[in-house]
Design a protein around this ligand. Structure first.
Ligand code: SF4
Length: 423
């Protein structure tokens, strides 16, 4: 038995509520359980009950054992003075309020359907996979799809919070905010932080001013990244270093510490040097791609905007002085572009739509997710093994969010799937 299970039982009235009485024998009717309070203070606000024939409205506190009232220090806390009902699994001791009155108590022991307790224990005790793993295949498609739609909306809302903060930081300079988010996502998970620092150290107007010269943009980014402070034999990095010295002086820049970049356990194509070279090429092609991306009519047009080839040096290298085993054009791959669209453009589009009240834009963000192929990663493979077949990134994004923010924190009692599993 856990307190969160009691919250669930109380919120959804999932116990035998016929002929209820308080532990002192007063007849009790629950008219409304109230609103669940997730912050400090009593667990439910504005509940309405009828007790001994009189109507009451106020707060309700829940505990597994009544003695937890004192153990949690509520006895001396004025925020709990107006609790009108204490709901417990077991009243091991009577509870007295700070003003000396006995608080009416409802004991749920013996009133919870045994099957519900059994199902709950199965969810709670499941350790491998996800708590509802055993039941997942039995959940009706309609319910699962409906819930995943809600989860997808929650994911976009969560990402939107980051973009709103970026817009505030940049005083609503959309191109600067988009550029920072784009940089962060160019670093993927491993180098997201140093890429973020890099973009913050070089406002987008600087690469925009250097647009006619890819070498200067590369010098700017590699120099700022601190990656030109090594020993070089080749002429190209020496040239970048000389160029960066001029740019550093001209724009008053200070380079980052190169130790922040992570190269270990990465495939050469994911090296930050390769990604910085691509980022520089994208900025040269279009330093302000947001408006073009928003105006693009379909996914193919967006892909074309984001597809770049890095400078010649990077077609045969993955780091300074290190030749690739398989040289090639190094054009940005589709998977990477889709990741950028998913994590940068879609949430940006959704946020702008919300801020401007343009439902066409928010709707387009969802449509775009449905056009992008499903992602392949550790979490999507997990769901595949669970039997989930996905056709688009809208589904994989929802499943990723569900696993990370619901299943892994065992938020099953608030999840529609969890409620279904409990019968
Ligand atoms: S949060 Fe929902 S989907 Fe995830 S394990 Fe719990 S019941 Fe299942």
């Amino acid at each position: 038995m856990s307190e969160s299970f009691l919250h669930f039982l109380w919120k959804w009235k999932r116990f035998d509520s016929s002929n209820l009485r308080t532990t002192l024998g007063l007849p009790l009717d629950i008219l409304s359980p109230g609103e669940w309070n997730r912050h400090s203070g009593p667990d439910f606000f504005n509940a309405r009950i009828r007790m001994d024939g009189a109507l009451w409205a106020g707060n309700v506190e829940l505990h597994v054992q009544a003695s937890e009232w004192d153990a949690h220090g509520h006895g001396n806390d004025p925020a709990y003075d107006n609790v009108l009902l204490h709901v417990v699994y077991e009243e091991d001791i009577p509870v007295i309020s700070a003003s000396g009155k006995r608080i009416p108590c409802l004991e749920l022991k013996g009133k919870i359907p045994p099957r519900l307790i059994h199902q709950y224990r199965q969810l709670e005790q499941q350790r491998a996979g996800i708590p509802c793993g055993k039941f997942w295949g039995e959940v009706p498609d309609e319910m699962r799809h409906g819930w995943l739609k809600q989860i997808l909306a929650e994911r976009l809302e969560q990402k939107s919070g980051t973009i709103v903060r970026l817009l505030e930081e940049t005083r609503h300079h959309q191109d600067e905010a988009f550029y920072r988010l784009l940089a962060r996502n160019f670093g993927l998970q491993v180098n997201a932080e140093p890429f973020d620092m890099l973009a913050r150290s070089v406002p987008v107007v600087i690469p925009a001013r250097l647009r006619s010269n890819l070498l200067q943009i590369e010098a700017l980014f590699f120099g700022q990244a601190g990656l030109l402070e090594r020993h070089f034999e080749e002429e190209y990095p020496l040239l970048l270093r000389r160029e960066y010295a001029l740019l550093r002086h001209k724009f008053g820049l200070s380079p980052m510490n190169a130790s922040q970049w992570k190269f270990m356990r990465m495939r050469p194509s994911g090296f930050p040097t390769v990604r910085i070279a691509r980022f520089a090429a994208l900025l040269q092609k279009n330093p302000f791609p947001l408006s073009d991306l928003l105006a693009a009519r379909n996914l193919a047009e967006m892909e074309a905007i984001l597809t770049v080839e890095p400078g010649d040096y990077w077609k045969t290298r993955y780091d300074f002085g290190k030749e690739s085993a398989v040289p090639g054009t190094r054009r940005t791959g589709h998977d990477f572009i889709h990741t950028i669209i998913l994590n940068t453009l879609v949430p940006f589009m959704y946020t702008l739509g919300k801020l401007k009240g343009e439902t066409g834009l928010t709707g387009r963000a969802f449509e775009l997710l449905a056009e992008i192929p499903p992602e392949q990663n550790r979490i999507t493979r997990f769901w595949h093994e669970m039997g989930e077949r996905t056709a688009s990134a809208a589904q994989t994004q929802a499943l990723i969010h569900l696993k990370k923010y619901w299943c892994e924190v065992r938020n099953c009692l608030e999840c529609e799937i969890g409620k279904y599993c409990l019968g």
